[in-house]
Design a protein around this ligand. Structure first.
Ligand SMILES: [Zn+2]
Ligand SMILES: [Zn+2]
Length: 695
């Protein structure tokens, strides 16, 4: 008897009946047999035709090496028997994320094994692989509390299990046997998990077949209730490190026991682990919450979770960005409006937010009326538009407002400036005719690119189409999606299609940037909305003297100012571009007698519109330079006897030492030339051509 399996390249492979994944790998080649970690086993009888609708060309497809199979494959241990006719693919280290997740799950078992040896009586719960690593949740015996100081000895024990190359042995037992086993060991969490598996087994509820078996995995002295799969032995965990410890409620339920969660990460090699730890360290150094504190920009407090308290220097950055939006907007025919923060629930019912978005809104009762604090400016702007009469001659109407917004984010997801409850957006809404849509979308993209040109990052575009949860008719959506597509195509702009990720009121073009740590962020957006004009019964009088429905466009480049500042602080590591730096230059007198001259230099620069400070403390010049360097102030202007006599200042650049004047001239610069010497690069930046990928 023989079985036949299909390899990824479509070739058939004949194997003896009862052959395992390991046998298949060995049949292909001895190298693969050594490298094999697990095996993907696909449906033996795959439907030869693709499911209806075909495969969408979306983000998930980008970078994929193989086309998506018609039926998802299951990842299994190499030691399991292969079914006849299966499609198989051997998983090795080269399978990257999939292989990493596998050995990280292995490492979680190794961690539990080590912890059980060190703390007899510890109760184990669950230990999955997660993004960038793994964790295991434990209930330690009374009086034991674990800290990072315990990591070295846990890691030492873990290393012993890895060195021993313990086999992961899988056995299937009845739920009763598993329950008996973990029950006698007082592993209450495992017993609860088994009971739930039995309860949730398909069929059991409506009198069908109960759960026949559960799988256990054993490596060395440790056995866990586990679905698997695992690599053949513990030695695939080439390098690992425990990273942190935290409290975690059993099953995420705050009424249940608080367990101790130990986090770690694992890689195939020490070099990979070292590279990862270095990236983490760089990100930690650049954490905007740390920089915000060190540079004196903002503070957070539990008196208002998710809301920044901006110090003067941070407020300066915020105001600069608002100024950029105002300037860009006024050059492009936007007019600024101001709308209320709190509205009657009726307005939110009209806009659709009360139904779809209410859980993210703060609500208040005022004189028995239910009111909602605005999470977006759009309904206010729509209401404002409706309050006036409009003729086709007035269109497009472009309302902008850096309006204060509140969103009720759960406290668990709040994260510095990146996820807040209180923020403002460079938000604007355009009301235009159907014929004007394409040109307006083009204008929105142009304004966004001009904004991004002030920074050094590249922009990627994504077109997001109708989500499952939406308002409006399919006809509206067809029209709106088509308009955005053609606006992009006409300009020859490259973009990714992101099906199902549109806003609930319309499709959108999102703009993304990749920061200096290689992370991708969504920033701006252009959203087409045929729904809100209907809901608010917005009209304009056409040339035919009839009432018509305008189209509404939502646009932003920065998105939330708060979040954008957080992203930029991390992108630049706190060294913001000169034009945005809250303090652009600091005057450093060599000693007290030159403080008065230093003040003159500062005043003349402030008059020229620069943000300049004077360090008149009685400290040495070396100390003053070090302090200014730590504050990441772009330019230091050193003044002493020679400079005072000549009416000059010596220019020093942050991080570069030395001195540089206009046209890169090194040395001292006269007071008259200083503003140009400092502002030069600012203007140069503003003139830099917008960068965007084209098709
Ligand atoms: Zn497991
Ligand atoms: Zn809007």
């Amino acid at each position: 008897m023989a079985i036949t399996v299909t390899l990824p390249d479509g070739k058939a492979l004949e194997l003896n009946d009862g052959a395992t994944g390991a046998d298949a790998a060995a049949a292909i080649g001895p190298g693969l047999a050594r490298a094999a970690l697990a095996i993907e086993v696909g449906d033996p009888n795959p439907n030869p035709t693709q499911p209806a609708g075909g495969s969408p060309i979306g983000r998930s497809e980008i970078g994929r090496q193989n086309p998506t199979p018609a039926h998802p494959a299951e990842l299994r241990d190499l030691a399991r028997e292969l079914p006849d006719g299966a499609r198989i693919a051997i998983v090795t280290e080269k399978s990257e994320e999939q292989a990493l997740a596998l050995i990280r799950h292995d490492a979680a078992h190794v961690l539990a094994a080590a912890v059980m040896e060190l703390w007899p009586g510890v109760k184990i719960s669950i230990g999955p692989a997660i993004e960038n690593g793994f964790y295991y949740d434990f209930e330690f015996p009374e009086g034991v509390s674990i800290s990072e100081e315990d990591f070295p000895r846990i890691e030492e024990r873990m290393r012993a299990h890895v060195r021993a190359a313990e086999r992961f042995e899988r056995v299937e037992v009845t739920p009763a046997q598993a329950r008996e086993r973990f029950g006698t060991e007082d592993q209450d969490y495992k017993v609860e998990l088994i009971d739930d598996l039995v309860k949730n087994a398909t069929g059991a509820e409506d009198g069908g077949a109960p759960l026949a078996t559960v799988s256990l995995y054993t490596n060395g002295p440790f056995t866990d209730l586990c679905r698997g799969p695992h690599a053949p032995t513990t030695k695939s965990v080439g390098a690992f490190k425990l990273t942190s410890v935290a409290g975690a409620y059993w099953r995420g339920d705050s009424t249940r026991t608080m367990l101790t969660r130990i986090y770690g990460t694992a890689f195939f090699s020490k070099a990979q682990l070292a590279g990862y730890l270095e990236r983490v360290e760089r990100a930690r150094e650049r954490d905007h919450r740390k920089l915000g504190k060190e540079l004196g920009l903002f503070v957070f407090s539990d008196v208002s979770p998710g809301a920044a308290f901006w110090l003067p220097l941070g407020a300066s950055i915020w105001n600069q960005l608002v100024a950029v939006s105002r300037e860009m907007g006024s050059e492009r025919g936007y007019t600024e409006v101001k709308t209320p923060l709190i509205y009657d629930a009726e307005l939110w019912k009209t806009s659709g937010h009360w139904g779809k978005y209410r859980k993210n809104m703060f609500t208040v009762k005022v004189e028995e009326r239910e009111m909602g604090v605005k999470p977006m400016n759009c309904p206010g702007h729509a209401y404002l538009y409706a309050s006036q009469r409009h003729s086709y001659r007035d269109l497009p109407v472009r309302y902008s407002e850096p309006g204060l917004l509140h969103r009720n984010e759960p406290s668990g997801v709040l994260h510095g400036l990146l996820r807040v409850r209180h923020f403002a957006q460079d938000d604007a809404h355009i009301f235009c005719t159907e014929e004007q849509v394409q040109e307006e979308v083009r204008g929105c993209l142009e304004m966004a690119f001009a904004t991004y040109a002030l920074f050094d990052f590249e922009v990627r575009l994504e077109l997001s189409t109708r989500p499952a949860e939406r308002i409006g008719t399919d006809e509206m959506w067809d029209k709106a999606e088509e308009k955005l597509k053609s606006a992009l195509d006409v300009q020859g702009l490259g973009y990714e299609l992101n099906p199902g990720d549109g806003a609930f009121y319309g499709p959108k073009i999102d703009m993304h940037m990749t920061d200096s740590l290689g992370r991708s962020w969504q920033l701006g957006t252009v959203q087409l909305d045929y729904s809100m004009p209907e809901r608010f019964d917005l009209t304009y009088t056409g040339a035919d003297n009839q009432e018509h429905r305008p189209v509404m466009i939502h646009r932003a480049a920065f998105g939330s100012y708060e979040r954008f500042i957080g992203i930029m602080l991390e992108h630049y590591g706190g060294e913001l571009p000169l034009w945005l730096a809250p303090v652009q230059a600091i005057v450093l007198p060599i000693s007290d007698p030159f403080n008065e001259y230093g003040a003159t230099v500062r005043d003349s620069l402030q008059k020229a519109g620069l943000r300049v400070e004077l360090d008149a403390r009685g400290e040495s010049i070396g100390k003053k330079i070090r302090a200014a360097e730590l504050r990441k102030i772009p330019r230091m202007l050193i003044v002493g006897e020679r400079e005072m006599q000549a009416g000059e200042a010596s220019v020093r650049e942050h991080g570069k030492g030395g001195a540089r004047g206009p046209e890169g001239r090194v040395g001292s610069v006269s007071i008259e030339e200083l503003p140009t010497a400092i502002l030069g690069p600012v203007e140069a930046r503003k003139l830099k051509a917008p960068r965007v990928n084209s098709a």
